[in-house]
Design a protein around this ligand. Structure first.
Ligand SMILES: [Zn+2]
Length: 524
């Protein structure tokens, strides 16, 4: 009898010492990512998965998180990022983590590693704090086969490009991306892209595009994106959907109905946006495409010829006139490698600093001079708040930062890399009531997961990976601004990636539990 009692006590002691779960989150409001209303329940996590969701859960856990007064949501999925090149510099990916992002999709705007298999393996060996999926980028595929040549692909070259896309899709890419304003993507025509998109479609991929134009010819560009979707029978994602240039303000009245009509017709097209009225891209986008072929040496050589300079000046001035502006004041340098003291200054201001006249023609001269010195990354202030809000109201629009992993304090980058999601939740949900909290969370979670077919994330549901954010809906705020961009968002008290605490009590723990995410067509 005594022995039995001792044994029972010993078993009880073991039971209490070994917790049933790794983490239990108690007392929070769950917003599950589907768009359904919030509800109260406790969440139990074991081995990186959500294993139980129920009210007043009495089980034990190694770690108990109190989410009283807070929202518990799936980790946010940022469908449009450019992390390539910055992964190893800042593997903790603080700017994303502090903004609630637990998964990013890389390889956008036509720009990716060509060997996706190698890339994803490297991501896993590096160990980031975020999960990473990747598209295969058309520009890099084209460069690998035909360099920066300004011409159509030959039949043999097209076959080679198709083979590279096929290899990438088999190795885990989630789709094909294009960047049709960039070199050499801008030299390709629609049929080339359809051929490559067909290969991606065979492996359950999507077609994500930075379209040929987001300004005066935006409707033609949307037509092309939709034509590629039809021609290749592939779901389409239009990246950073916007109207650039003052002359195009209000035209979301034209562009959104095109998306709605295409969906009605049966084409699975969705869009994403960053919630700001300024864009960010390369200085080279101010110049005509012909000038940019074949790399920096060729650009420098072309721009030293007076007749080409004249042509480029006319092009810049015409664009400015279209915008109804007198100066390149809307174009602000984010990072200029040749002279970092110019970071944060507009072309108008830089031109004056150089002792030139306050004339657009001389500002064009300054642009060309900077291009000859290697170019710069820029912030362009050219969208209307009304269009941004109208696009935000469209239910099949997601949010995306279009950013990299930020090196804290470096350059004057667009604030979207720090604050995209917090800005939606603070400014647009709480303050301006443009969309509801549940709707915003759906667009940040289950909608992108469905679009990119990431089956184990995007919802608070038993069996899903435990990527979870816990935030205060009353205080969540983006702090990053154009003037002072290097500021993390606030309001996220806990962030879990694959069941591990990456943010605890508002501070990054240094934990790097992110994993590479593989597309549905992967052949291991
Ligand atoms: Zn882009």
């Amino acid at each position: 009898m005594k022995r039995i009692l001792t044994l029972t006590i010993a078993l009880l002691l073991i039971k209490s010492a070994v917790a049933q779960f790794d983490v239990i989150i108690r007392n929070g409001k769950i917003i599950d990512g589907t768009g359904n209303n919030w509800y109260y329940a406790d969440i139990a996590i074991k081995d990186g998965k959500i294993t139980a969701i129920q009210k007043n859960f009495t089980a034990t856990a190694t770690k108990v998180l109190d989410a009283k007064g807070l929202v518990i949501a799936p980790g946010f999925i940022d469908v449009h990022t450019h992390i390539e090149g910055d992964e190893a510099k800042t593997p903790t990916a603080d700017n994303f983590i502090y903004d609630g992002v637990t998964t990013v999709i890389a390889g956008n705007c036509g720009s990716s590693k060509v060997d996706i298999g190698k890339y994803l393996t490297w991501i896993d060996s590096l160990k980031l704090s975020i999960n990473v999926a990747s598209l295969i980028g058309h520009n890099d595929v084209r460069k690998a086969v035909m360099g920066r040549a300004n011409r159509d692909a030959t039949a043999a070259e097209l076959l080679q490009m198709e083979a590279l896309v096929e290899k990438a899709m088999q190795a885990g890419a989630v789709g094909l991306s294009t960047g049709l304003i960039y070199i050499p993507g801008t030299y390709s025509k629609t049929p080339e892209i359809i051929s490559l998109a067909k290969v991606a479609a065979k492996y359950n991929g999507v077609y994500a595009t930075h379209m040929r134009d987001e300004a005066d010819s935006v409707t033609q560009a949307i037509e092309e994106a939709l034509a590629i979707g039809r021609g290749a029978n592939i779901p389409v994602e239009i990246s950073h959907f916007k109207l650039s240039g003052q002359q195009n303000w209000g035209r979301s009245n034209e562009t959104l109905p095109m998306i709605i009509a295409a969906r009605k017709e049966g084409l699975d097209v969705t869009i994403d946006q960053y919630p700001y009225t300024a864009s960010s891209t390369s200085l080279s986008t101010l110049l005509p495409g012909e000038i940019l072929a074949d790399g920096q040496d060729s650009i420098t050589a072309r721009l030293s010829r007076p007749e080409i300079k004249k042509q480029a000046t006319a092009y810049i001035l015409k664009k400015l006139k279209n915008r109804k502006l007198k100066h390149l004041s809307y174009a602000v340098v984010a990072y200029y490698k040749a002279d970092t003291t110019l970071n944060g200054k507009s072309i108008e201001a830089i031109n004056l600093l150089k002792g030139r006249k306050h004339k657009a023609k001389e500002e064009a001269e300054t642009v060309m001079e900077m291009m000859m010195q290697g170019g710069a990354s820029m912030v362009f202030h050219g969208m209307s708040e009304k269009d941004v809000q109208q696009i935000m109201k469209y239910p099949f629009n997601m949010f995306a930062s279009d950013a990299s992993i930020r090196a804290f304090g470096e350059g004057a980058p667009h604030p979207r890399g720090y604050g995209t999601n917090a800005r939606v939740l603070g400014k647009y949900v709480r303050e301006e009531k443009i969309i509801s909290l549940e709707e915003a969370v759906r667009r940040m979670t289950s909608l992108p997961a469905q679009k990119f077919q990431l089956k184990n994330i995007g919802m608070i549901k038993e069996g899903m990976n435990a990527d979870i954010v816990i935030f205060d809906e009353a205080t969540v705020t983006d702090k990053s601004s154009f003037e002072a961009p290097h500021q993390y968002s606030v309001g996220f008290k806990f962030v879990l990636v694959n069941g591990k605490l990456v943010v605890e009590n508002g501070k990054h723990t240094g934990v790097r539990s992110g994993k590479a995410q593989y597309g549905l067509g992967t052949i291991m």
